[in-house]
Design a protein around this ligand. Structure first.
Ligand code: IPE
Ligand code: IPE
Ligand code: MG
Length: 244
């Protein structure tokens, strides 16, 4: 089976999962932790190199403050409870997004977990917190502009590789498979640069219900896709035949 090297996930549907049970939305977020652990285990099982999950968007700051602070507390506690197991399982944790908008205590814990797992290389696990794809591109543009102003770079040297080198996921393979749970079929300002050629997979399953079978179903669907990258189907088949 053809496996993706990098999976990006929009973990959506926690609120609706809770509301359907008469529970507070915060309970849905709590129940969203186990599927994250499952995805990590599954990626390790298959030898998938990278996993990037969307935990909190730059737009999610507009939610009621109690929900926002509940989520921040959940992230804080999850780092406390789970960093040890990431460490033991060869997982390197990194955060992408605008850290400046986070509480200093959370920022410190994020940095600590990143440092503790920095030598791991089995699975690169990125968590997007206060992340926006447009902000990511804007920052890359600003960094490149600053390098031009300092005379380190000429504007004609700004090519696709230069931009790719400045966005948050620089250095990782592009996500091959993009999964969104919860039924919505949109990008919601996730990895705009990196998903240019990702295979998109949408499922109605709500995030807290996303289990091993659901993960494997996404992989199976991915394996059936013919990735053409602009070529004709015959060209793709021909180049695959040439590889054997
Ligand atoms: C995704 O679930 C988690 C976050 C955005 C933090 P939601 O909270 O968006 O759940 P729904 O979409 O309201 O069901
Ligand atoms: C996207 O989900 C962000 C995360 C899953 C963290 P949302 O629930 O915030 O997206 P919209 O608002 O429905 O587009
Ligand atoms: Mg949602």
């Amino acid at each position: 089976m053809t496996l993706p090297r990098h999976i990006a996930v929009i973990m959506d549907g926690n609120g609706r999962w809770a509301e359907a049970r008469g529970l507070p939305r915060s309970s849905g977020h709590q129940h969203g932790l186990e599927p994250v652990r499952m995805c990590i285990r599954r990626c390790r099982h298959y030898g998938i190199e990278a996993l990037t999950v969307y935990a909190f968007s730059s737009e999610n700051w507009r939610r009621p403050s109690a929900e926002v602070s509940g989520l921040m507390n959940l992230f804080f506690d999850a780092l406390e409870s789970d960093t040890g197991s990431l460490l033991e399982n060869g997982v390197r944790l990194r955060f992408i997004g605008d850290r400046d908008s986070l509480e200093p205590a959370l920022r410190a814990r994020m940095a600590e977990s990143e440092q503790r797992t920095a030598a791991n290389h089995q699975l690169s696990f990125q968590v997007a917190v206060s992340y926006g794809g447009r902000n990511d591109l804007m920052r890359a543009a600003r960094t490149l502009a600053e390098r031009c102003v300092r005379g380190e770079l000429r504007s004609e040297q700004i090519d696709e590789a230069a931009v790719a080198g400045e966005v948050s996921l620089a250095g990782l393979p592009e996500p091959d498979l993009f999964i969104r749970t919860g039924g919505e079929q949109r990008i919601s300002n996730f990895l705009l640069w990196n998903i240019a050629y990702s295979e998109l997979y949408f499922t109605d399953t709500l995030w807290p219900d996303f289990d091993e079978a659901a993960f494997d179903a996404a992989l199976q669907q991915f394996a059936t896709r013919q990735r053409r990258f602009g070529l004709t189907g015959a060209q793709v088949v021909g180049s695959q035949a040439g590889q054997h």
